[in-house]
Ligand binder design. Structure first.
Ligand code: FAD
Length: 371
């Protein structure tokens, strides 16, 4: 049976696309090789965050966060949605300049922020080490549990008639069809949302796996209240170095502390790299000395689908008739899943999107500076 749209991949991006397309009245089939949210979505922190590495990144993360805000009242408890806010921490005076610049930019674009001096920061998060210079608080940023959010989006799509086929590995995407061992699925459009596997189905897509480690502790409710991120995180996330770590700690709704983050271009080897993990933990203890007394329960790794310019690939892929791409979301795919789905649905339906889709088109040029 043919559908209006066939979505390949049931991570958070594919799930969000299915949700947006069924909401617009299209018939949708989702094909997932394993089970929903079994890829990067299962490994992620779930920080829904407005980021300002580029204007295009700001526009997409901001649109997406607005869409999360609108959806929040409908999320079931399993999604552990909390509007905890982010604290971007300035270690020294030099970084306070960055706090001021960031504050101006966010305010000028209508995103609420507060600047915290050293004393207010210490009052907000007493477990941070003494002597930090201050922070930028972004109170509207959220925390969600990504696999549950992806399941919610898929369930909502199913309630509108979507068909979700698990254990269906797509071997080939051709003109308006996706081929699996279970058969051929025809669709007026096919959306490649296969995460790090997207280039296997659409050769030429510039997506590479960028490995990350996370460590989760036992339950220590109240140890911290906000998502805490060092300002240097942006350098780690958006530089292209082979290996980097930055302090990033998230209080989970369970009372557990989720500690990130590391970035490595190291292929698809899932084993924990103890040297990188230990570097990441040491970096966090520099900011939160009390972390050293908490007990860690588990470490895991995941692979962010990275692109050369840190922006996702969202839009039509003219080399194959009817093919659309929704992939390459690196470390922001939980956040930007909803904005991506909106761009995809608007473009397929011929509607104007609230933001310019140009910077995310998969056919854009990547310059040598992005290599
Ligand atoms: C350590 C870590 C921390 C992160 N933290 C955050 C965060 O705090 N905030 C944030 O916004 N983002 C975060 N991310 C990024 C986020 O997890 C990803 O950008 C996002 O999950 C990508 O979603 P996706 O649906 O594109 O990919 P995936 O979740 O990988 O989904 C792709 C799906 O496609 C399926 N698939 C693959 N090949 C085929 C095929 N041939 N046929 C059928 N199905 C196929 C896979 O099984 C998979 O289920 C983090 C990532 C990592 C690794």
């Amino acid at each position: 049976m043919a559908s209006d749209a066939v979505v390949v991949g049931a991570g958070i991006v594919g799930a969000a696309c299915a949700d947006a397309l069924t909401a617009a009245g299209l018939s949708v089939t989702v094909l997932e090789s394993r089970f929903p949210a079994s890829g990067a979505t299962a490994a992620a922190m779930g920080h829904v965050v407005v980021m300002d590495d580029s204007d295009a990144q700001f526009a997409l993360t901001r649109l997406s966060r607005d869409l999360w805000d609108a959806m929040a009242p409908e999320l079931p408890r399993s999604c552990e949605d909390e509007r905890a806010g982010t604290l971007w921490i300035a270690a020294g005076e030099t970084e306070l300049g960055a706090v001021r610049r960031k504050a101006e930019l966010y305010r000028s674009r209508g995103v609420a922020v507060d600047e915290l001096d050293a004393d207010s920061l210490a009052r907000e998060e007493p477990n941070l080490r003494a002597g930090l210079a201050g922070a930028l608080r972004v109170p509207g940023d959220r925390i969600v549990y990504p696999p549950a959010a992806a399941r919610f989006l898929l369930d909502r799509s199913r309630s509108r008639g979507a068909r979700v086929v698990t254990g269906a590995e797509v071997s080939v995407i051709g003109a308006r069809r996706a081929t699996t061992r279970q058969g051929v699925f025809d669709g007026a459009v096919v959306i490649n949302a296969a995460g790090v596997a997207a280039p296997l189905l659409t050769p030429g897509l510039p997506v590479a796996p960028r490995k990350g480690h996370l460590v989760i502790t036992d339950r220590y409710p109240g140890f911290c209240r906000h998502q805490l991120v060092e300002l240097g995180y942006l350098t780690s996330a958006h530089g292209r170095s082979a290996e980097s770590v930055a302090f990033n700690l998230q209080p989970r709704a369970t009372g557990q502390m989720l500690l990130g983050s590391s970035r490595e271009f190291a292929g698809l080897e899932p084993a924990v790299n103890r040297r990188v993990r230990d570097r990441m933990i040491r970096r966090a203890i520099e900011f939160l000395p009390g972390l050293a007394r908490l007990s860690a329960l588990r470490t895991w790794t995941g692979f962010r689908p990275a692109t050369p310019d840190n922006l996702p690939l969202v839009g039509a892929w003219p080399q194959t008739e009817g093919l659309w791409i929704a992939a390459g979301h690196e470390g922001l795919g939980v956040t930007t899943s909803l904005g991506t789905a909106r761009l995809i649905a608007d473009a397929i339906l011929g509607k104007t999107s609230p933001i310019d889709p140009g910077p995310y088109l998969p056919t854009r040029r990547f310059t040598a500076a992005h290599a």
